[in-house]
Each structure stands twice: as structure tokens, then as C-alpha cells.
Design a protein around this ligand. Structure first.
Ligand SMILES: [Zn+2]
Length: 491
């Protein structure tokens, strides 16, 4: 009898589950969007709400993102219609903000996607040229507060393809989070897919580079493996890396800018003429960007804690470079010296703590955040190593505690709490992260076998001539003898 009831219950639960599933898949797709390329620099966007209750009257288009502004000015011929196809009147409140006098059932507009005159903008916002385009929904679609599922469909010129981490069903992409939707489209790009455990990594290449597509994919493979050893798991099962030339005229091969959004890393770069340099730089770009797949993209932390997710990422990327024998220990020290020089210079005029500066990353504080953040990350690592811990413990804790689907928390509070669980880090947090003190690290440097020289060129770090056994041991942990290990492995 009991068994019977139990079985029946299971069946009921199962039915209920199917029923709920059915209902939710019916109601979920509240907006369908059609994006059509209509010329070499314009797209047409049409949207339809499933019903009026899913619609809105207050419309916001993204106006500023990173160091790019006036984005909403690219929107042209915005029109709204009701169920019968009649025009719904709209009022412009200010740039990017419109109000309609009733909830429209559909809307339509064009976006001018001529690449901006400022080279680096093309990494952060959508653009289109005659043979390819980067379409990022965050700056293309208005903000839908209530929508829990948006279906996006593309109409592209014949022979064009789409590359995206979003999952498609007959060319229809269902997105829960349009802010992270990145689509690379074009008729002349190459793809190289690798599988690392359960994670599918798709490398998209446009343009020509000094390294082969296979070499680049192998590089991503080894870097992702190294980063995974920090966190013990991959952040997602689908990763895309876009390596593209600037869509604008660019005569400077040194220029590049990268951004990792959701699980897509986009690197837009000039092409260096010599292979060694080109390989070195791609490695540097990938080390940093791919780390962002975990931190901050994989954790549910809010607010401006850029000093951590940029400063500490730069440091960890440097350590990874040494670890993989891509850069020498001297390069590691040179970068730290450079950061220290910049920090010293900027601290003269900058009377902010790292936390305060992080609020103004895109309005002049980025160099300060990068250089001081990097120096502080090194200080933390050195202090942790002396206590038989290391910075990987911090990253792993941040990941384990805050990876999705954890509850959203304030990034600064969450990270500081974790750092402060290590007594050796408390003075560093108080002085250099929460406080405004200038970096003073001679004692910490000496403890790990590094000394600081102050020449005419400023601060220069170097390994001590006669380090003690303990110092040698800590230098080793920082990667000082990493190249020897590689030498041995090759034999
Ligand atoms: Zn970064």
C-alpha cells in the first residue's frame, strides 16, 4: 500500500514536472528579436512581445560602456506599434531613454554600426563592416527588466556565418542574459575547436598572424589547463576566443585591446611582424583574458572591485607566464618594478585607496588600479608563501564561495573578508587596499630573496646575490627556477 502511494506520488510529481516544464517553456520566451544586416554598416532590429503584459513603457538603450560613450546616438528611426499595427507615440527623455504612452507589442529601429574612430572601442561595443561584424546585444537591445527569456534570430547576407557560445536551435538563440550575448558574424573567418575535458573551446580567427591557428589553439589549451589547476574546475562548458584585427584603419601593430564578456574573450589587435614577439603577446593576452572567465565572470559579485579582478589577474597571469616558461623570472621582476615605479609616481597625485580608485577605473584611474593592484597582489603572495599558503588559495576560496549560482554579494566586502581570514594579509589589506598608504615592501621583498635598487631610472627589483636557504626556497616557489624544470622535462 505504502509502495503504491509512493509510486503514484512519483508519477504525479513527474506529471507535474512535465506540466510545469510545458507551461514555462510556453511562457518563457517573452520577446523575439530579429536582427538583420541591411548594409555594410547598419542593422535593422525588430522586436515582438509575446503579449502586452511582457512589454514596457520606459525604454533604455545603453549610453556608456567601459571608456566608450554616446552609444545610444547610433539608434535611428525608433518606432513602436500596438497590436493592430498602429503607431505608439514616444517621448525622448534624454539620450537613450524613451517613454511610450502605452505598452507597445512591437518595436523597430536601425543601428549605425560604423566602427568608432577610437580604435579600442571596437573591443567593447558592436560594429559592422562589409565582411564581418561583432554584435554584442548589451549595446544593441533596449533593457528588458521583466523578460526572462529573449529569442534572437539573425538574418545575414548569404555565405555569412555566426560564431557564439550561445546555443542555437535552428538559427534561433534563446538567451536568459542578453547582456552577455556576443556574436561574431562574417563570411571569411576561420574556426578551430578544441575539447578540454568537458569544455568546448572555439577559437575564431580573422586576419593573418605570425603564428598558426593550431599554435594559438595549443596556447589556449595550456593556459586554460594551468588556470584550471588554480580553481580545480572549468568555469563553463563553452568558451569562445575571438582573435581579430581592428575593423578600423590601423597602422600601429603595437595597439591592442581585449575584453572577456560572459564566456567569450575578444582580442582585437595589431599584428606584430616577428613571430617571437607575436607569440609572446598572444600568450600575454590569453593568460590575462582567460583568467577572467573565472574571475570576475564566473562569480556572482557586484560593484567595483577592479583592484582585485584586474590587479590580481595581472599578477596571476604573470605568474602563469613564468610557470609555463613563457617569460623569464627577470621579466616577472621587470613588470613588478615597472608597476612599483608607476605606483610611486601616481601616489604623489592620487589620494585614493584602491577601493575608491576602482569606482573611477574608466575615468583616469585604470593605471593606478593596475599598477598598485599588481604590487599588492605580489605582496599578498609573498606574505602567504612565507606562511606555507599561496595566492591560489585565495582565488580558489573566492571561486568556491561565490561561483554561480551563489547569491549576489558586494565584491569588495566578499574579497576583503576572504583576504582577512589570513592573519598575514590583514596589515596589507588595511594599509594598501582599504588605506591610502604608498607601497612599502622592502622587508617583504627581502624575506623572499628580492632586493630593490633605486637608480636614476627608478625602482628596479632583482634577485639577491647570496640568498639564504629559506630565501632560495621562497624564490623557487615564486618560479625563480621554473626554466630549469622545463629544461629537465624536455630531456
Ligand atoms: Zn582584465
Amino acid at each position: 500500500m505504502i509502495n503504491f502511494v509512493k509510486k503514484k506520488m512519483q508519477f504525479l510529481t513527474f506529471c507535474l514536472f512535465i506540466y510545469l516544464f510545458f507551461i514555462s517553456s510556453l511562457s518563457a520566451q517573452e520577446i523575439s528579436i530579429k536582427i538583420k544586416i541591411i548594409s555594410q554598416n547598419r542593422i535593422n532590429i525588430e522586436g515582438n512581445f509575446k503579449n502586452e503584459s511582457a512589454s514596457i513603457t520606459n525604454w533604455f538603450f545603453l549610453q556608456n560602456y567601459a571608456d566608450v560613450s554616446n552609444l545610444a546616438n547610433r539608434v535611428e528611426n525608433l518606432q513602436f506599434s500596438d497590436e493592430k499595427g498602429n503607431t505608439v507615440a514616444l517621448r525622448k527623455i534624454n539620450e537613450g531613454n524613451f517613454v511610450t504612452n502605452q505598452k507597445p507589442i512591437s518595436f523597430k529601429y536601425q543601428v549605425n554600426l560604423t566602427p568608432s574612430a577610437k580604435l579600442t572601442d571596437s573591443t567593447h561595443v558592436s560594429w559592422l563592416t562589409e565582411n564581418q561584424g561583432l554584435l554584442m546585444l548589451h549595446d544593441l537591445l533596449p533593457k528588458f527588466e521583466k523578460a526572462n527569456l529573449v529569442q534572437v534570430n539573425f538574418e545575414l547576407p548569404k555565405s555569412w556565418k555566426i560564431a557564439s557560445t550561445e546555443i542555437s536551435n535552428n538559427q534561433n538563440y534563446n538567451l536568459k542574459n542578453t547582456e552577455n550575448g556576443v556574436f561574431f558574424v562574417g563570411d571569411n573567418f576561420r574556426e578551430k575547436t578544441i575539447q578540454i575535458e568537458k569544455t568546448n573551446v572555439n577559437f575564431v580567427f580573422s586576419g593573418s598572424w605570425q603564428f598558426s591557428d593550431d599554435e594559438a589553439a595549443e596556447m589556449a589549451n595550456s593556459i586554460l589547463g594551468e588556470h584550471k589547476s588554480v580553481f580545480k574546475e572549468f568555469p563553463t562548458d563553452k568558451i569562445q576566443i575571438n582573435l581579430l584585427p581592428f575593423p578600423q584603419e590601423n597602422s600601429n601593430p603595437e595597439r591592442w585591446r581585449a575584453e572577456t564578456r560572459g564566456s567569450t574573450a575578444t582580442i582585437i589587435s595589431g599584428s606584430l611582424p616577428f613571430k617571437t614577439q607575436a607569440v609572446q603577446r598572444l600568450h600575454e593576452q590569453l593568460r590575462h583574458e582567460l583568467f577572467h572567465l573565472w574571475i570576475p565572470n564566473g562569480v556572482n559579485l557586484s560593484g567595483n572591485y577592479d583592484w582585485f579582478f584586474e590587479g590580481f589577474t595581472i599578477y596571476q597571469a604573470l605568474r602563469t607566464g613564468v610557470e609555463l616558461n613563457q617569460i623569464r623570472f627577470d621579466d616577472f621582476l621587470n613588470t613588478l618594478s615597472q608597476a612599483a615605479r608607476m605606483e610611486q609616481m601616481m601616489s604623489e597625485t592620487n589620494n585614493f585607496s584602491l577601493i575608491q580608485a576602482s569606482e573611477n577605473r574608466w575615468s583616469g584611474s585604470s593605471n593606478f588600479i593596475y599598477s598598485k593592484g599588481l604590487a599588492v597582489a605580489f605582496l599578498c603572495d609573498a606574505a602567504l608563501l612565507r606562511e606555507k599558503h599561496n595566492l591560489k588559495d585565495i582565488f580558489r576560496q573566492v571561486w568556491n564561495k561565490h561561483r554561480f549560482p551563489a547569491q549576489i554579494q558586494d565584491g569588495n566586502t566578499a574579497i576583503i573578508n576572504i583576504l582577512k581570514t589570513f592573519p598575514e594579509l590583514r596589515p596589507i589589506v588595511q594599509k594598501f587596499i582599504e588605506g591610502k598608504e604608498k607601497i612599502e615592501w622592502k622587508k617583504e621583498l627581502n624575506a623572499v630573496g628580492i632586493e630593490q635598487e633605486n637608480s636614476d631610472f627608478g625602482i628596479q627589483l632583482k634577485v639577491m646575490t647570496n640568498p639564504s636557504g629559506r630565501q632560495k626556497d621562497l624564490l623557487d616557489k615564486l618560479g625563480y627556477n621554473q626554466w630549469r624544470k622545463f629544461g629537465q622535462k624536455k630531456k
